[in-house]
Design a protein. Sequence first.
Length: 484
Amino acid sequence: MIGGGLAGLSSAVALAEAGVQVRLFEKRPHLGGRATSYTLPDGSEVDNCQHVTLGCCTNLADFYSRVGAAGKIRFYDRLYFVDAQGRRSTMEASPLPAPMHLAPSFLLFSSLSLADKRSIANAMMAIAAAGGHPPGIDGISMLDWLQRMKQTPAAIERFWRVVLVSALDEELSRTDARYGIEVFWKGFLANKNGYRVGIPSVPLAELYQGCREAVTLRGGEVRLRAGIREICVRDNHFLSVVMDDGTGISAEACIAAVPHDTLSNLLPREIAHENDSLSGLANIKTSPITGVHLWYDRTVMTEPFLTLLDHTTQWVFNKTLLYRTDETNGAAARPTSQSEHSFEPDTDGQYLQLVISASYDLVQKSRQEIIDLCCRELAEVLPATRDARLRKATVIKEINATFSPSPGVDRWRPAQKTSVNGLFLAGDWTRTAWPSTMEGAVRSGYLAAEALLATSGEPRTFLQPDLPLEGFSRYWATRNGARS
């Protein structure tokens, strides 16, 4: 197993549970890949970038359960939004059946006009009535589809873009319409629990503590700081790998769970550049994400998280609150009143993490320019930051954070089973039917494990089904031939 990100970890754990002796090699000193955390020189633990899950991410939930991390994810039923005028709105499910469960709070959304809401409702009903598969979306961008659906400019900027750029790490004009529509179908329309946001209550690296044990207790091995420089193939069969120190290691099979551009450098040229299923990897582009970490000397925010409208900053996470635990049981702290976001102030200061997806405009900006920009934007939506002192700050840029879900990208995404006997692939960029998400990474790992076991004559199923369809969404999807 090459790579200790979510794709490699999920396939390693699944195979270990199936009785396969696994050796996992990760070149970094920690597990988790892009979805991990590390310690700053002053001892602060920071996530590489804040990662969240949704209720519709069934395979990620299954993986967390397998490695004992499910209790470290806290789910929120209420979403918080704020615009440039400081107007706050929330969205949460009502007793109405899907897909109308979010309609009451949507109607009260203060940052959208009646015309904006009418256009959004028409597009959402078009998605729901088609069972998540409206006609005429092949090969077009999400922006093209929204314009066809006559969405108002404000609806596009303050609703569709806010959700999709964060979910898919790409601008609407560069996003395949199918992926944008599936986000809303699976997350907001098909099931009442699909939209719920799950946020780790611990630094990301702590989510993977059970992964090593899941492998080693079954006779496997996990090696960190163990880079691989070459995958050796002979007569179209996987033979071995060569480590950075020149050591050769043979095995019956190999799962390469590395970024797509890294894979091309590991494979023999005739395979990486001439193999039909792999030669198109160069056509898969990447998108950047920027994380900004700010430590204030006082409490400046009471919500657990905020989604910002009309700003460069898209999400603000109240890490001080998210990491707070109940001393009696270690569980994530509960609200101090009936209001979900009413908590006691923290007298020791507050740590916020900001996330900016598809951050192309920030790539060339300096660390201080980005910090200044974010602080100005926070002053507009969190007035308490104007008088607070910024104790410290850091910026983490991931230039190639995810693959870009551009229109037609699926034709370049390879299957987990390759034409080379004994060589399999895992990674969110492989053919998973999902975009670049933690859910997509775990799906790829499970699919790679299934493919490997199938070739060994011991088929197993690890992939989990989507949330069941509910209410009218189930009726419409069934009418359109979709599975429930």
